[in-house]
Design a binder for this molecule. Structure first.
Ligand SMILES: [Mg+2]
Length: 229
């Protein structure tokens, strides 16, 4: 169990792979995508090119399924030397549309935790991704009523958190962030003087990986989000 610092007034939650499953949807779509292109290359080759295109496209279009769909189309064009047919492209768009409509699967204990903490703290969601997609996910999650504010950020760097804290009108040491990504949820918050709870997800997205072990006196590591209450 964590004993929260008494200064903490606001708790921020990451959404994808912290409140609900997300990465497995992309991995499943990725497998079906590779099958569509199997006549041109094997999965590993497709995946490597896809990862590179995805990173570049995130820098231009941001996170989320729409950006992912554009990366699928671009990668298909490149891997097939321009041979890929329009019917296959249409199937890729359908894969993205299907993914957006998948049901939201809350992670174990999430609802109890936000309900309990919401009685004592102001709760906010701080998530990267596409505005409409993230808002729709939160609405469908059934969790929206527990949060005072939802911030959909194009990036989660320390300056982005500093802007959020200014908006919330709180000091950094009054803020605790809960999330699965060391890179996006934990390190930038520690850097500006906030508190952080790392709840690792069973798998880490290739674009969120960090080297080494992170230890900090304002950071806690828990196995389950249930340990927050
Ligand atoms: Mg996450």
């Amino acid at each position: 169990m964590i004993k929260f610092d008494e200064k903490i007034r606001v708790i921020g939650f990451d959404a994808d792979d912290t409140l609900w499953d997300n990465l497995p949807l992309f991995l499943d779509t990725g497998k079906l995508y590779c099958e569509l292109l199997s006549e041109y290359a094997d999965n590993e080759v497709i995946q490597t090119l896809m990862d590179a295109n995805e990173q570049r496209n995130i820098d231009v279009f941001g996170y989320g399924t729409k950006s992912f769909m554009l990366s699928m189309i671009e990668t298909a064009y490149e891997i097939s030397d321009g041979e890929v047919d329009s019917y296959t492209i249409k199937k890729m768009i359908d894969l993205g549309k299907k993914q957006i409509k998948e049901p939201i699967v809350l992670l174990n204990g999430v609802e109890e935790v936000v309900r309990a903490l919401g009685k004592k703290y102001r709760l906010v969601v701080a998530t990267k991704g596409d505005l409409m997609e993230q808002e729709r996910k939160l609405a469908r999650s059934g969790l929206a009523e527990y949060f005072h504010h939802v911030e959909v950020m194009s990036e989660k760097r320390s300056k982005d958190y500093a802007r959020l804290l200014k908006h919330l009108d709180i000091a950094a040491d009054e803020f605790l962030m809960v999330g699965n990504s060391l890179k996006s949820d934990i390190l930038p918050v520690l850097e500006i003087g906030g508190w952080a709870v790392h709840v690792p997800y069973h798998t880490t997205w290739v674009h969120e990986q960090v080297e080494g072990v992170v230890k900090h006196d304002r950071m806690f590591e828990v196995e389950s989000i249930r340990e927050l209450v």
